[in-house]
Write a protein that binds this ligand. Structure first.
Ligand code: PLP
Length: 454
């Protein structure tokens, strides 16, 4: 196991500690960056994004003889420059809503490389997708199917479709992000025969062209086994579809969900992409061969795996507070910037940037400055002695932080800078106070009214 410094507390080799004892990312001194751009500040590594994509592509190139497509799940982080970096490497985009589709198109992803998934699309969303010429639309349930047929017929264009199925299996992850489980709101159920019926219905339509099967079993899954199980259930379903309806899938989409290590102890057993590629490819290759079918194009929709460890959040220490039960370090970042802490109890590793070479000497909790008790970012962490004005790096915040940002106490969204061999570039400006009020109107009758006596 490679260790990247700070006694194994850094998730990848892009990090180092320089001669001044400060944390660096891709060779850039993070304390200098915070000085120049202020805090809180998201910092994203272009190198890491590219490397994460290359690792996935390589794994499937090595183990799958058919075509494997990596579609970046834009929901994880829709900063345009991030989508763009991945698209330039060859990634497709998976978009879940019309607005996410807009993000991907604006970032310059070619429409034929975009998948539109979703939970319950209205006609306008399907129309927008068909007019944009998206590559594939993933249909979730019969009502959507008929809506899409109607819109495609009106436009006179063929809708290239995958149907999302639910393998109804056990998925080892946080219950709020397990989707391939019995009774979940996504997809059509395989075991009850519902999925087969929907395919039968879809194959009889005029404007919908069914090209394959989609599933996404959940997010933050640390083991390969559930994906192998999902692949094998899909092969079983293909056998049924082929036997009963003569359907031959051109695409098999296994969704995303690959976990990343957040805690130092997890760095020793990261999600094994090569094992995933080898085992999933074997199940699909042998299954399709047995059925006498040509190999399908495989699609994966990773979000977290591509972006999580490519982005950090820099935060300044605002103050240090002793209580009878422990010590709080107050930061200028909050759970607004790290909402997975509240949503799925997410752990984020904290590093003292400006004294990165110092040994831990005390146990502290990190709090944000917001007006609710649970605005706590991290609890009982062993850290070197921290003082007001110090700089903290919160690691691996690339997935689902900015994209599920909250607005408690009207805290403006921080900017994002991207690091690359071309230097440090601002890729998203921070919100201003004007941005906070820009969408509101006070009707003139209220504006000109004088305060009423109470
Ligand atoms: N695909 C679909 C349909 C999803 O709903 C999600 C996440 O919710 C993803 C892909 C990406 O998942 P992850 O970021 O865990 O890879």
């Amino acid at each position: 196991m490679e260790e990247f410094g700070l006694n194994g507390r850094l998730p990848h080799g892009g990090f180092a500690v320089n001669r001044m004892g400060r944390l660096t990312l891709d060779g850039y001194d993070l304390a200098e960056i915070a000085e120049r751009f202020g805090t809180p500040l998201y910092v994203v590594s272009e190198e890491r994004l590219k490397r994460n994509y290359e690792e996935l592509v390589e794994a499937f190139k090595t183990h799958y003889t058919g075509e494997a497509i990596i579609a970046y799940a834009v929901k994880a982080n829709f900063t345009l420059a991030i989508i763009r970096v991945l698209a330039l490497k060859g990634a497709w985009a998976e978009t879940f809503t019309g607005p996410e589709l807009h993000m991907a198109l604006t970032a310059g992803v070619r429409p034929e490389r975009i998948l539109l998934t979703g939970a319950c699309r209205v006609e306008a969303e399907f129309r927008e997708a068909l007019e944009a010429g998206v590559g594939l639309i993933v249909v979730d349930f019969p009502q959507e199917l008929h809506r899409l047929e109607k819109v495609a017929g009106e436009l006179g264009v063929e809708a290239r479709v995958l149907i999302r199925v639910n393998p109804a299996m056990r998925v080892p992850t946080h219950p709020s992000i397990a989707t391939g489980v019995r009774g979940a709101k996504f997809g059509v159920d395989i075991p009850s025969g519902q999925a087969l019926k929907v395919f039968e219905e879809a194959l009889a339509l005029n404007w919908v062209k069914v090209l394959g099967i989609h599933t996404h079993i959940g997010s933050k899954i640390m083991k390969v086994k559930p994906f192998v199980e999902a692949a094998s259930r899909l092969v079983g379903f293909v056998e049924e579809l082929n036997g009963k309806l003569g359907f031959k899938p051109e695409y098999l989409d296994l969704g995303g969900g690959f976990g990343v290590p957040y805690k130092p102890e997890e760095f020793e057993k990261p999600f094994d992409l090569n094992l995933l590629a080898r085992r999933v490819s074997r199940v699909i290759t042998s299954g399709f061969k047995r059925l006498g079918l040509g190999l399908p194009k495989l699609i994966f929709e990773p979000g977290r795996r591509l972006v999580a460890d490519a982005e950090i959040l820099l935060a300044r220490v605002l103050g240090v507070k002793e209580t009878p039960t422990g010590k709080f370090i107050f930061l200028d970042a909050s759970t607004n910037h790290l909402s997975p802490v509240l949503l799925v109890d997410q752990y984020y590793e904290m590093v003292l940037v400006n004294k990165a070479d110092m040994e831990p000497s005390e146990t502290v909790s990190f709090a944000g400055p917001l007006c609710f008790t649970k605005d706590i970012i991290a609890v009982n962490r062993r850290m070197p002695k921290i003082e007001t004005g110090d700089l903290i790096a919160i690691l691996s915040v690339g997935a689902y932080c900015k994209s599920s940002y909250m607005m408690h106490n009207a805290q403006p969204k921080p900017p994002t800078v991207m690091l690359s061999k071309h230097g440090i570039e601002m890729v998203q400006r921070g919100e201003t106070l004007n941005d906070l009020t820009a969408r509101d109107f006070i009707p003139p009758r209220l504006y000109h009214a004088s305060a009423e006596p109470s």
